[in-house]
Unconditional design. Structure first.
Length: 335
């Protein structure tokens, strides 16, 4: 509306008595009390799509007589909508972070915790609110915090990320964390702190250790029996021979890998049946063969194997076990 259509009229005269404005009420209140109203948020009755932040201030003349009211109104509707959307996004991000199976935290340049999710706080036996604003050293002492504090300081000093394994006490045992420490920079390129993401790999390490123990146990059983394990690829070339093979054959470790089992002058008692089984991807059992060892003596073995296929059914070679039968052959008169 042009200003000349507004000047000299009351709000009610401009809008009509049927549409009394909230601002008119505030103006009347200021005139009646002589007291200002600051930063009052309201929605105009005729324009509910707007959200105004308004101040109403009384104006006095030189003789301290009230002469009018100055009002300043700012439409904060869009700003509030953006703020509400940001709050919703922040709430969503907070929910995601608090339900991730990794401990996530952010420390400022003084190494004080400014954010930590539920998983990270729980590993420290606390809640996020109990940890905010404190360093790890302040919370748990120098000895317990030495490793992580040193890494954080390293990232702050160098500006380079660090990936590290950290063992942390937990109840009567300890957990192993795979932790990534990454520097964070502000819009001006200044380092603002370090974010750390720590994943508990304790169960993975325990599974790896159990696997190693099982492999060692199996290897021990095989060695007690004088046997060894082997594998070939899809071209029938050896890709693995366990330690027992080298111990019994006298060959240098690794010297047979990449060669076919039938190389090095090996003689098969029934080569045709062995080759047919491989051609048909069929298992075979106790295939007897012999070869000369480095010392010139003849070495007899019996091998059994089964074909290996991947998840797509593609042939990947053979895996099997062999036995040293030299002594039984000598007794039988086969030198």
């Amino acid at each position: 509306m042009p200003t000349d259509g507004v000047v000299g009229n009351t709000v009610a005269e401009i809008t009509g008595e049927d549409y009394p404005l909230t601002s008119d009420k505030f103006i009347k209140q200021v005139i009646a009390t002589g007291e200002p109203i600051y930063n009052h948020a309201y929605q105009p009755s005729r324009r509910p799509e707007l959200e105004l932040l308004a101040s109403f201030v009384p104006v006095y003349d030189s003789e301290d007589r009230l002469t009018g009211v100055i009002s300043v109104a700012l439409d904060i509707g869009e700003t509030k909508r953006v703020a509400d959307k940001l709050q919703d996004t922040t709430r969503l991000m907070q929910t995601i972070l608090n339900n991730m199976p990794a401990g996530i935290s952010f420390r400022d340049t003084s190494r004080k915790i400014k954010f930590i999710n539920n998983e990270g706080a729980g590993r420290l036996g606390s809640t996020p609110d109990e940890l905010l604003g404190k360093t790890t050293t302040e919370l748990f002492g120098e000895n317990a915090a030495a490793r992580s504090e040193a890494i954080i300081q390293q990232v702050l000093d160098t500006g380079e990320p660090v990936l590290a394994n950290i063992n942390r006490p937990a109840n009567e045992t300890s957990i192993e964390l795979l932790s990534n420490f990454v520097p964070i920079y502000d819009d001006n390129g200044q380092m603002s702190g370090v974010i750390s993401i720590a994943q508990d790999i304790t169960k993975i390490r325990q599974a790896e250790q159990a696997l190693l123990e099982n492999e060692s146990r199996l290897q021990g059983f095989l060695e007690q029996a004088g046997d060894w394990l082997w594998e070939t690829d899809e071209n029938n070339l050896l890709t693995y021979l366990s330690e027992g093979f080298y111990r019994l054959s006298g060959d240098p470790v690794g010297s047979r890998l990449g060669f076919a089992p039938g190389r090095a002058g090996r003689l098969f008692e029934n080569r045709s049946a062995y080759k047919q089984a491989i051609a048909n991807r069929e298992p075979y059992r106790d295939v007897v063969s012999s070869r000369l060892k480095l010392d010139g003596s003849r070495w007899w073995t019996a091998s059994s194997g089964a074909a290996r296929f991947d998840d797509d059914g593609i042939f990947r070679g053979y895996r099997g076990v062999s036995r040293d039968i030299t002594e039984s052959r000598r007794i039988a008169g086969n030198d």
